[in-house]
Design a protein around this ligand. Structure first.
Ligand code: ATP
Ligand code: MG
Length: 455
C-alpha cells in the first residue's frame, strides 16, 4: 500500500531484536494512535446500545443498510466539501496498488447516497435506512475523540416535507430515551435553501472580515473558504465575535421558514423539548435547511452525541436524480461513555452454567452432553472446561466464569448415567440428576425460553 497525504502516522514495528545466540525477541506492536480496543469487559454497553438501536429502527420501519468502509476518495471530496475539516485534514487516504485513490470512510451518508444511486434504489423514489459501523478521521485523539470510532446512522431519501425531519428527530429522541439517558439537549436550526445560504455567507464574510484581526488562525483561514464553519469555532475570542454575527434564521427564504416552523410545530405537539440555536451549523457542506444536534453537559468538551440534517442536493451532486434527503449520525463511543457515566451500562453476558469434567472418559461424554443441551435450549449459555485440570482447578475456573451453576461429570457419575449440579452462587447442596433430565432441570432453574426440539 502506497500512502499519500493525508495519512495516518503509521509506526511500523522495527525488526525483532535478536538476543545473542538466542531466538529473535519479538517487540510488542502497539496500536495506532487514536484507535481503541473494545474489550469483552466493556462489550455489555455496546451490545445493549446495538440491540436497542435495532429495535427502535424496526419500530419506525427503517431497514439496515451495510456499505463499504472504503470508497473512492472523490466521493467524499465531492460530497463533504473541500473546505471542511474532514476533507482538509482528517481523511485517511491512500493510493492502492491499482492506483485507485481510496479513503477510509469518515462518515456514512456519502457512502449510503453513493450506494443508493449505484444500486438504483431510488427508482421507487423513497427509502428509509440505517447503518452502524466504524468511521475514520485523522483527528487529535482525546477522550471522546478517536481516529477509528463508530456511528449509528439514519438516512431517509425522497421525502421533502418537514414530517420526515420530525420523524428523524423523534427517532433519535426515542433511541436516547430507551437507553435511559438524561442531561441531553436538542438544538435545531435551519440553513435555508442554497440561495439563502449563499446570501448569508456573503453577510458573514462581510461581518467576520470586519473582525478579521481578532479571529483565531483557523477561522481566518476559513473566512473565504467556509465562513459558516467560523460559527462552530470553539476558540473563546472567536466565540465572542460569533455572538454578534448575523443570524441565519433572519436571512431565511419564505419556503425554508415555513418548513422550519412546521418542524417546530411537529416537535411541540410530540412533546419534544428543543432549543432554536441560530448559530448551529454542521461541518459538512452537503447540509441544507434543517440541522440539529443532541448535546450533553456530561462529557466535557466532546459534547455532541448526535448530529444531522437535510441534504437535499447531495444525491444530484453525486450524479443521481434530484432527490431530497435527511439523516443523522450518533457517536457510539460518546453514547457508551454516557451510559457508563449515568450507571446505565448493561453487564456483559456471562455463561449460565460451566461444565466440569473430571475422569478418563468424561471429555467425550461431556462434549456430547453440552452439544445436546445447546441443541435443545438454544438460549442456554454453557461454557465447558477445556484443558483438563483437577476438580479444584476446574471449580476455580467455573467461579471465574461467573456462571451460576456448575455441572459436574465424573467417571463414577457417568457410569451411573448421572451428572451433578451445584449452585455456585447459592447455599444449596450439590444434587445429582439423570443425564437425560439435566436439561429440563437447568431450563427450569434458569427460566430458559428455548423449546425442546422434537427428536
Ligand atoms: P465534532 O464537532 O465533535 O467534531 P462533528 O461535527 O465532526 O463532531 P459529525 O460528523 O456530525 O461530527 O458526526 C456525528 C457524531 O459522531 C458526533 O456528534 C460525535 O458524537 C461522533 N464523532 C464525530 N467524530 C468523532 C470522533 N473523532 N471520535 C468519536 N466520535 C466522533
Ligand atoms: Mg469533527
Amino acid at each position: 500500500m502506497r500512502c499519500c497525504a493525508p495519512t495516518a502516522a503509521v509506526r511500523w514495528p522495527r525488526a525483532p531484536a535478536r538476543a545473542v545466540d538466542g531466538p529473535p525477541v519479538s517487540k510488542i506492536i502497539e496500536p495506532l494512535r487514536g484507535v481503541h480496543d473494545i474489550l469483552p469487559a466493556q462489550i455489555g454497553a455496546w451490545q445493549h446500545l446495538e440491540r436497542v438501536t435495532r429495535e427502535v429502527f424496526a419500530a419506525y420501519g427503517y431497514e439496515e443498510f451495510r456499505v463499504p468502509v472504503i470508497e473512492q476518495t472523490p466521493l467524499f471530496k465531492r460530497s463533504i466539501g473541500d473546505f471542511t475539516d474532514i476533507v482538509e485534514k482528517e481523511m485517511f487516504s491512500f493510493v492502492d496498488q491499482g492506483e485507485d485513490h481510496i479513503t477510509l470512510r469518515p462518515e456514512a451518508t456519502a457512502g449510503i447516497a453513493r450506494a443508493v444511486i449505484s444500486n438504483g434504489l431510488l427508482r421507487e423514489g423513497r427509502l428509509r435506512v440505517w447503518c452502524m459501523g466504524p468511521m475514520f478521521r485523522r483527528e487529535r485523539p482525546q477522550a471522546g475523540r478517536y481516529r477509528q470510532f463508530h456511528q449509528i446512522d439514519a438516512e431517509a431519501f425522497g421525502f421533502e416535507g418537514p414530517d420526515v425531519d420530525a420523524e428523524m428527530i423523534l427517532l433519535s429522541a426515542r433511541l436516547l430515551r430507551r437507553l435511559g439517558l438524561t442531561r441531553l439537549k436538542l438544538l435545531v436550526n435551519s440553513l435555508g435553501t442554497p440561495a439563502a445560504r449563499a446570501a448569508y455567507r456573503e453577510r458573514l464574510v462581510e461581518y467576520f472580515g470586519a473582525h478579521e484581526a481578532a479571529l483565531d488562525e483557523d477561522s481566518r483561514r476559513r473566512l473565504h473558504g467556509n465562513p459558516l464553519r467560523i460559527l462552530d469555532s470553539k476558540h473563546p475570542d472567536t466565540r465572542r465575535i460569533v455572538a454578534g454575527a448575523p443570524r441565519l434564521l433572519e436571512c431565511l427564504d419564505a419556503e425554508s421558514r415555513a418548513h422550519f416552523e412546521s418542524l417546530c410545530a411537529h416537535l411541540k405537539s410530540a412533546g419534544i423539548e428543543y432549543h432554536v440555536e441560530p448559530h448551529l451549523v454542521r461541518g459538512l457542506d452537503y447540509y441544507t435547511s434543517t440541522v440539529f444536534e443532541w448535546t450533553t453537559d456530561a462529557l466535557g468538551a466532546q459534547s455532541t452525541v448526535c448530529a444531522g440534517g437535510r441534504y437535499d442536493g447531495l444525491v444530484a451532486q453525486l450524479g443521481g436524480a434530484a432527490t431530497p434527503g435527511i439523516g443523522w449520525a450518533m457517536g457510539q463511543e460518546r453514547i457508551v461513555m454516557l451510559l457508563e457515566a449515568q450507571g446505565l451500562a448493561a453487564a456483559r453476558e456471562r455463561p449460565q452454567a460451566y461444565l466440569v469434567m473430571a475422569g478418563e472418559n468424561t471429555t467425550t461424554a461431556g462434549f456430547a452432553l453440552a452439544e445436546g443441551l445447546r441443541e435443545a435450549w438454544p438460549d442456554l449459555r454453557l461454557q465447558i472446561n477445556l484443558g483438563g485440570g483437577s476438580f479444584k482447578a476446574q471449580f476455580k475456573r467455573a467461579d471465574k466464569s461467573e456462571a451460576r451453576y456448575a455441572l459436574i461429570l465424573g467417571d463414577e457419575e457417568l457410569a451411573r448415567g448421572m451428572v451433578a449440579l451445584k449452585d455456585l452462587r447459592g447455599e444449596g447442596a450439590q444434587v445429582e440428576c439423570p443425564l437425560d433430565g439435566i436439561g429440563e432441570r437447568l431450563a427450569g432453574l434458569l427460566g430458559l425460553k428455548g423449546m425442546r426440539v422434537a427428536e
